[in-house]
Ligand binder design. Sequence first.
Ligand code: FAD
Length: 350
Amino acid sequence: MSGGHTQFADVVIVGAGHGGAAAAAQLRQNKFEGSIIVVGEEAELPYERPPLSKDYFSGEKTFDRIMIRPEKFWTDRNIEMMLNTRVASVDAEAKTVTFEHGGGLKYGKLIWATGGAPRRLPIPGGDLAGIYTVRNRSDADAMVGHLPEVKNVVVIGGGYIGLEAAAVLRKFDRHVTLLEALDRVLARVAGPDLSAFYEAEHRAHGVDLRTSVGVDEIVGEAGKVTGVKLKDGEIVPADMVIIGIGIIPAVGPLLEAGAAGGNGVNIDAQCRTSLPDVFAIGDCAAFAAKFAGGTTMRVESVQNAHDQGALVAKIITGHDVYYEAAPWFWSDQYDLKLQTIGLSVGYDQT
Ligand code: FAD
């Protein structure tokens, strides 16, 4: 083992998001007395991600109100939060994780709860200023900061994040064009009737919503976005572009360490990866979903991340439990609340 891995924790959790926070809190809830360190690459203590495209984006909730727990909760329970720290690699034999900026930790058990990074559009112009994805607080803050200069927004992707962002932007009276490559919005999570309902709602609220539309290029001037060029040559004016076309699970270090997986890291019904003493939970974990006839898939929802975190906490504290939950999910758009049960999301869209 290299000299940089001096500190040991009984449980190391990588990812201070919904799943990581649930696992840590539930370990203490289950009277786990060993040491717990949560390693997170973001600057913030765990916070709720859904409001980033809803009431945090719209300014109705401050950041304090979307924190999963106040700082005192973690310190009172002796849960160490190691923030601004990205895990770059895992050595499953030595049972160590190494940080990108040097150093690392030795673990007894490892819980991988890293979520995913927004998928980018592989087209020209993708690096112009004014193009956003929505995954982290910093993404939402950057969009809000830019908004006063913005008149026209193009949202690429008619999933729930794109639609929610469009709804908030209409509240702010921005001109919004939403482009969906498929023939209907919400195709991954809803049936055709619900898609049609939401398309009509957005149009009624003034969104120029277009389906079956291909995007060729994002165009700009002086390094800043000015429009989105469609496959038919039309250029839709834009001073802000929001891309919501799914995530790529953040599992590189685990797969490189030898864990089985592909689109996510594979887990069994107890959230165990193929590596000894390494669990994975939440958006980054692919499992044979009972509710979907055993199809291997990732589920991107708060409920799934939370429940898998709680399950692993039970297993580590000696319970023999299995993940069988039917996932559920919600979305807020205008004054409408969509709640779905038993949906299947998170499969590869490419
Ligand atoms: P995350 O909460 O993403 O946490 C993962 C954390 O790990 C992140 O902080 C990440 O930076 C960190 N990380 C990644 N790699 C490393 C590394 N190598 N080292 C250290 N840290 C790392 N779900 C719903 O159920 N309802 C909704 O309405 C809803 N709305 C959403 C709106 C938005 C804008 C977004 C982005 C998501 C939404 N979701 C919603 C999905 C939900 O937020 C996710 O399913 C949930 O956050 C998954 O939890 P997680 O713990 O798997 O990942």
